[in-house]
Design a protein around this ligand. Structure first.
Ligand code: ADP
Ligand code: MG
Length: 697
């Protein structure tokens, strides 16, 4: 492996025959720049064109290669003009139908000709038909041989046909005869214990699986060749996160040795005592803060487990050390709620809390910026706005980020900049209510230490969850009426499939209007993302103080809103939401001592899958159980909120399918770093394209 001049990642695609600048540009669009990229551009699936199916055995919806003699070819008029060619073998007859065809094509398919075609049979008026099959008229004396490997179907893009991609892969594969062309970064000592194929064999196999290959295993992504690549990819990600972590660890942090004075006062003022879990996590944080390496800790705690108090304790430790703490939340509503909590808790201790969001403007903004810059505000609460360039901290030592799954890694890292002026990287505490299954947490957050608040404060009554169709809406409305007349409060949550916020808000407006008509005796509030912050604050305040009975909302209330008297929640079309999100929503009720109910009002008919998912909600109130199920039913991208955070996407690996591999990754990483430490970097470079690499971490 000394001669790197032959390494395929250094050979541009333009080396291949028939690849000019135009084609190279198209390939670049799908991330293919060199021959290694091309070989790692793996088929999405395969077609089996290695065997001929007797026409009589062709099945609906199953791709097949058929060979037959043309019995007739006619142009059918009907709704759309089409060319209809019937072919027959000893076992049966099938129709080939073309809606676009040339005269030459029509003439070629003459009676008596032998045709070999490939396509998917569908049901026609008189038996099976294939629309636009790929076909060849065979020369009976010298028929072209049929394929002897499974046919790969590659992820393509406009202007790049499958035939083109196949041709290019074949050319690239020919380079593999030189065994050093694709560098094997996993030494035998790593491959052997985990039974991993060598890289070249795996890549060759996946581009050209032999006809006897286990197609089903390949389709499921469980073939050893695929597992080898998935393993390598997961390993590369793990190593990359470890690297970030080490880089952060190497930074100078600011040890915070609190005096305990403020903490003691704060705890004495609280109307409750901390749960055992809160105490344990607070202690873990205290230890981290006292260290001179920056803290990087993720606190997981189910909805309502009391993370805010733990955050306040951490902030107090910073203040006791004459430093500043910042708390950042993903939404205005949540930031505001945190601000109110912190303000109420900390003001009696003589602490000033500043407040900054994107909507803080003009004089007010200047004022807050000055409080932050001068250090007069020891604690700052806000949204993303805290990242903006003109926000200068006097002495920021601790950044607390609530609901991490909505922040990207990059945003988290950007905070470091804010600590530049103290010559140390701020400690980071990340809090999330999304319970992330352990294996997933290990791979997605390998850069963080983990604390779990696994205990709810005493006196909570579990929420009773009811699943019913919206054909029973009138009964549900009546139920709301009775609960509210009884002095309780309720949420009515509207969801929409459309990503459009505007449409969601509109739906909530319409629903509020309808409910106001149906329930004239109730005072009904409405809250959605398009309202002004002041309006939202007023509506929230009215609900909190019990002036309104029912709050109609979009999913903006998902996180954090805390109104203990609210004991009933209706969620419309819950089948559209992820289980973790439903769990978050449901967590808004059941915060007091009264029995609470959550009605999941789906729109029938509900699929089997949909039923199972809602069943999970009915049967469990444990966020971890729900998250495990969600992972099983929807996949990790959704669970982690990948779409929001831009968390890295895997190319080959699938966190759900490959979760057994995850268990081995940590050990393999250690083994690799022992055996071949210099291989770690090239491995990361191979799998994490620049955009995803947290290089400047
Ligand atoms: P989350 O973890 O979802 O952010 P919060 O911090 O909002 O939860 O806490 C939920 C509610 O529980 C709040 O009203 C909070 O004051 C209350 N709470 C927190 N800790 C305790 C405790 N140890 N005992 C009783 N109530 C608590
Ligand atoms: Mg919270």
């Amino acid at each position: 492996m000394t001669d790197t001049s032959k390494a395929l990642h250094e050979v541009p695609v333009t080396t291949l025959k028939h690849v000019g600048d135009a084609l190279a540009a198209k390939l670049a669009k799908i991330g293919i720049h060199n021959l290694q990229d091309l070989l790692f551009h793996l088929p999405l699936r395969y077609q089996d064109r290695t065997r001929i199916t007797p026409i009589g055995n062709a099945q609906l919806g199953m791709d097949a290669v058929l060979v037959g003699t043309v019995t007739s070819t006619d142009v059918a008029m009907g709704k759309r003009r089409s060319l209809v060619c019937k072919i027959r073998d000893g076992s049966g007859t099938i129709t080939l139908r073309f809606f676009h065809f040339s005269t030459a094509q029509r003439n070629g398919l003459k009676q008596g000709a032998t045709v070999r075609c490939f396509g998917e049979p569908r049901r026609g008026a008189h038996g099976l038909e294939i629309y636009h099959p790929e076909y060849r008229v065979l020369n009976d004396d010298n028929p072209e041989p049929i394929e002897d490997t499974l046919t790969p179907i590659y992820p393509a893009t406009e202007g790049l046909t499958q035939a083109r991609l196949r041709g290019l892969s074949l050319q690239a594969l020919s380079f593999l005869d030189n065994r050093e062309a694709l560098q094997e970064w996993l030494p035998e000592a790593v491959r052997q214990p985990f039974n991993l194929w060598n890289l070249t064999d795996a890549v060759r196999f996946l581009h050209q699986p032999p006809p006897n290959a286990d197609v089903y295993q390949i389709m499921e992504g469980c073939h050893p060749a695929q597992q080898r690549l998935a393993f390598e990819e997961l390993l590369a990600h793990h190593l990359s996160l470890q690297q970030i972590r080490q880089r952060v660890r190497r930074q100078q942090g600011l040890p915070l040795h609190g005096t305990g004075k403020l903490v003691d006062k704060f705890l004495a003022n609280l109307p409750f005592t901390l749960t055992g879990a809160q105490q344990r996590v607070a202690e873990e944080i205290r230890n981290d803060l006292a260290s001179d390496a920056p803290m990087l800790r993720l606190v997981q705690g189910d909805v309502g487990s009391g993370k805010t108090v733990v955050a306040a304790l951490a902030a107090l430790l910073a203040v006791e050390s004459s430093s500043q703490a910042a708390l950042m939340a993903p939404t205005e509503i949540l930031a505001e709620q945190h601000y109110n909590n912190f303000h109420n808790w900390l003001k009696p201790l003589g602490i000033t809390v500043a407040w900054l969001t994107g909507k803080t403007k003009g004089k007010k903004r200047e004022q807050q910026l000055e409080l932050i810059r001068s250090g007069d505000a020891q604690v700052v609460v806000g949204t993303h706005a805290l990242f903006q360039d003109d926000v200068v901290f006097h002495h920021l030592a601790l950044a607390i980020i609530d609901e991490q799954h909505r922040f990207g890694v990059h945003q988290r890292l950007a905070l470091r900049e804010k600590g530049r002026n103290i010559g140390a990287m701020p400690h980071q505490l990340i809090m999330t209510a999304t319970p992330i299954p352990r294996t997933l947490a290990m791979s997605a957050y390998a850069d963080l230490d983990l604390s779990v608040i696994d205990e709810l404060p005493p006196g909570r009554t579990p929420v009773n969850t009811i699943v019913m169709g919206d054909d029973r809406r009138p009964q549900v409305v009546e139920r709301v009426r009775i609960a509210c007349i009884d002095g309780r409060q309720a949420y009515w949550v509207c969801t929409l499939i459309e990503e459009s916020e505007a449409l969601q808000c509109q739906a909530a407006e319409v629903t509020a209007e309808e409910l106001r008509k149906a329930l004239p005796e109730l005072s009904i509030g409405l809250i959605h993302g398009r309202m002004k912050p002041t309006e939202k604050a007023e509506v929230m305040a009215a609900f909190k103080e019990g002036h309104s009975h029912l709050l109609v909302a979009t999913t903006v209330i998902e996180v954090g809103v805390d109104v203990p008297n609210a004991s009933l929640m209706i969620i419309e079309n819950p089948e559209r939401l992820g289980l973790a999100q439903l769990h978050q929503l449901r967590g808004r009720v059941g915060r007091g001592s009264i029995a609470s109910h959550c009605v999941l009002m789906y729109h029938p008919p509900l699929s089997q899958h949909g039923k199972e998912r809602l069943q999970v909600m009915r049967d469990s109130s444990d966020g971890f159980v729900i998250a495990e199920k969600d992972l099983e039913l929807r996949g990790p991208g959704e669970v982690l909120g990948t779409r929001q955070t831009g968390l890295v996407q895997f190319r080959v690996a699938d966190l759900e399918r490959d979760k057994l591999l995850l268990e081995d990754i940590k050990g393999a990483a250690a083994q690799l770093l022992r055996e071949a430490p210099t291989h770690a970097q090239p491995l990361i470079d191979r799998w994490l394209p620049h955009g995803d690499r947290f290089a400047d971490a």
